[in-house]
Design a protein around this ligand. Structure first.
Ligand SMILES: Cc1cc2nc3c(=O)[nH]c(=O)nc-3n(C[C@H](O)[C@H](O)[C@H](O)COP(=O)(O)OP(=O)(O)OC[C@H]3O[C@@H](n4cnc5c(N)ncnc54)[C@H](O)[C@@H]3O)c2cc1C
Ligand SMILES: *[C@@H]1O[C@H](CO)[C@@H](O)[C@H](O)[C@H]1NC(C)=O
Ligand SMILES: *[C@@H]1O[C@H](CO)[C@@H](O)[C@H](O)[C@H]1NC(C)=O
Length: 578
């Protein structure tokens, strides 16, 4: 173990200085020939239930006109359709078609910027444009989209459809869809001909189309509201987490781009003090977030092997020590911030918004072997994880945090596994008028943790992570991120949205025969049976909440038990003598 730890530590340092680039992520769609007989997966190469999704064919429209004719033809044939994107970054099975006869419509070539209106401060782009492109095009015109997700690789169509966001409690909040002015969407309509809807802020159906999970039709283009480019000043401040619950709301009100990274086992929280500053403040800082940089495949393999070992030996202390190294390394490297694009010399880091708001250099391409990659690239042995992401209403965020702290007091090492993936990222989101958007101002918690390659192998502190998930979702009624999470997060989720009926009404009008729907979206929207799957070991993968021991791993000593703090939780706990 000592040797492994040493290797692990040198790898961590190694990957921070390793900047040679990688080949770009693989296309999530693979076809046998001629764009037929296809399979689709996500950028991690695994859906929550590990199934493989099929399609008879994939179409690559490069104009709205082509898109219309594709949707028309499929509608006439009553063929099922789904929209796919360049990288397919969502974890759940949103992109899956039922069966094998459906059509995938890829937005890969719908990637042009159509108009930047400097006077009106708007940008119009096709839906396959990536966040990176959008940020760059806006910046060229001296404009900025103020709040965005932190990752370049998302497409506008995909991030809107899943309600993606950055972090702020200011203005209209951090969700990109709350800065949407217009949207064009191609739907099947009634008569078997495609119909194009041009919707504007204020139109009745706009609130349905802003966040639509892809079930209304294909968004062809959107117009977003921008602002004049501005500068920001960022300082990361590490503190004790004892008063974290008291701080959440006030911290979000005090700083426009605030977020918090929480390490519950280390009892620490890192506050991102991040505000707009005068444009003449000196500084040309850059945020090239370390975990989104190209990482040496060799290092990824060693790190994964170490974690596999720690898991198999129940080496909780080892995980805690590894996590400390990771966190210290990230902190020393200022998480990827630099004052001038190269070197970090100290806080505050001041620079232009477009150089801070998102990153993802691991997407860059040089034709090469897989020497480096994005850390989760399924082609190399690297990270493989679950991601549980939900927003807890701000009014109860403090109690939720305190419950997690109580759990951590009972099991001090339990959250080290989460800290290995840089802890819990906490971001602010605001209530939205989108029917499937946030229902109230909330704190979003992003939790990433080990997933075994073997679906029947439990993870260390399985029970604690499951309890945190159930605490949030059920005790505090948290809303799951549509583009992340395991199945149980979506069980009965639609009842948490007060305008769900309105959304379903619009869906019926736009896609009366449900050609853009699938078993998964019907289940999520409450139109079909539940998203949970009852089988051996299902609770380990978040496919069910355990009600019997067989849902856990009794042969490995994991049994279904009540939670420790939240007694209504049912979790897979390791029982040493039974
Ligand atoms: C490394 C990484 C970092 C991330 N960071 C953040 C973050 O900071 N904040 C955040 O909120 N989320 C984040 N996410 C999650 C992410 O927001 C969602 O998974 C995302 O929205 C997916 O975008 P995509 O373009 O890959 O779309 P996909 O996952 O391919 O598609 C998502 C859904 O949208 C539909 N869709 C896509 N395009 C269209 C269209 N043109 N018309 C109609 N429907 C369409 C698809 O059919 C599918 O149902 C991150 C994910 C990763 C992998
Ligand atoms: C659009 O995507 C294609 C395929 O990935 C790429 O070759 C092309 O350069 C992109 N166009 C723009 C404007 O980025
Ligand atoms: C917020 O939304 C309202 C209503 O849609 C709009 O009038 C206003 O301009 C938006 N504010 C910002 C900062 O975008």
């Amino acid at each position: 173990m000592v040797l492994l730890r040493g290797l692990f530590q040198s790898c961590c340092l190694f990957l921070l200085i390793f900047v040679v680039c990688c080949i770009p992520p693989e296309d999530p769609i693979k076809c046998s020939s001629d764009n037929t007989d296809c399979t689709i997966t996500n950028s991690y190469g695994a859906f929550p239930d590990r199934s493989i999704c099929l399609a008879a064919e994939v179409a690559f429209p490069s104009t709205e006109q082509e898109l219309i004719s594709i949707v028309s033809k499929a509608s006439r044939n009553k063929r099922k359709m789904k929209v796919a994107t360049r990288y397919s970054h969502s974890i759940p099975k949103l992109v899956c078609l039922d069966g094998q006869d459906g059509l995938l419509i890829s937005t890969k070539y719908l990637n042009r910027t159509l108009k930047v209106d400097v006077e009106a401060m708007t940008i119009t782009v096709e839906s396959g444009v990536t966040l990176r492109q959008l940020i760059n095009e806006a910046a060229k015109a001296g404009l900025a989209l103020p709040y965005t997700p932190y990752w370049w690789g998302l497409t506008i169509g995909g991030l809107l459809s899943t309600g993606a966001h950055g972090s702020t409690l200011w203005a209209n909040g951090s969700s990109v869809h709350d800065y949407l002015l217009e949207l064009r969407i191609v739907t099947p309509g009634f008569a078997g001909f495609a119909r194009v809807w041009s919707l504007k802020d204020g139109d009745k159906d706009f609130n349905a189309a802003k966040v639509s999970l892809g079930v209304l039709g294909v968004i062809s283009q959107v117009t977003l509201k921008l602002q004049p480019m501005f500068k920001r000043s960022i300082t990361y401040l590490t503190k004790d987490d004892s008063d974290l619950g008291d701080k959440v709301t006030s911290f979000g009100n005090e700083h426009e781009f605030a977020d918090i990274t929480w390490y519950p086992s280390q009892r620490k929280a890192v506050y991102r003090i991040d505000d707009r500053v005068n444009t003449n403040s000196p500084g040309n800082g850059l945020y090239d977030y370390t975990p989104f940089r190209p990482t040496a495949s060799v290092a990824l393999g060693v790190i994964r092997t170490t974690e596999d070992f720690q898991e198999s030996l129940s080496d909780a202390l080892g995980k805690c020590l590894s996590a400390q190294t990771v966190i210290l390394t990230l902190k020393t490297a200022a998480y990827g911030l630099s004052n001038n694009g190269i070197l970090f010399t100290g806080y505050p880091v001041i620079g232009y918004h477009n150089r801070f708001q998102a990153s993802g250099t691991c997407l860059d391409s040089v034709d090469d072997a897989l020497i480096t990659a994005c850390a989760w690239d399924p082609r190399v042995k690297g990270e493989f994880f679950h991601q549980t992401t939900f927003s807890v209403g701000l009014s109860v965020a403090k109690s939720f945090i305190q419950d997690v702290q109580k759990l951590t007091e009972l099991e001090p090492k339990a959250m080290c596994g989460v800290e290995l993936y840089n802890g819990i990222l906490m971001r602010y989101v605001k209530a939205s008028s989108a029917y499937l958007g946030k229902q109230e101002d909330a704190m979003d918690f992003d939790i990433t943790y080990y997933r075994s390659k073997d679906p029947l192998t439990p993870r260390l502190y399985e029970d604690i992570l499951e309890e945190v998930e159930q605490l949030a979702l059920f005790k505090y009624g948290a809303l799951p991120h549509w583009g992340k999470n395991r199945n149980i997060a979506f069980d009965g989720v639609i009842n948490k949205y007060k305008n769900a009926k309105e959304f379903l009404r619009v869906k019926k009008v736009y896609d009366p025969f449900g050609l853009f729907s699938s078993e998964w979206t019907d289940q999520v929207l409450g139109l079909k049976n539940s998203v949970t799957i009852d089988k051996e070991g299902c609770a380990l993968e978040g496919l069910c909440i355990c009600s019997q021991d067989i849902h856990c791993a009794p042969n490995k000593g994991y049994y279904c038990r009540p939670g420790k703090v939240y007694k209504d939780a049912r979790v897979c706990a390791r029982v040493t003598s039974k």
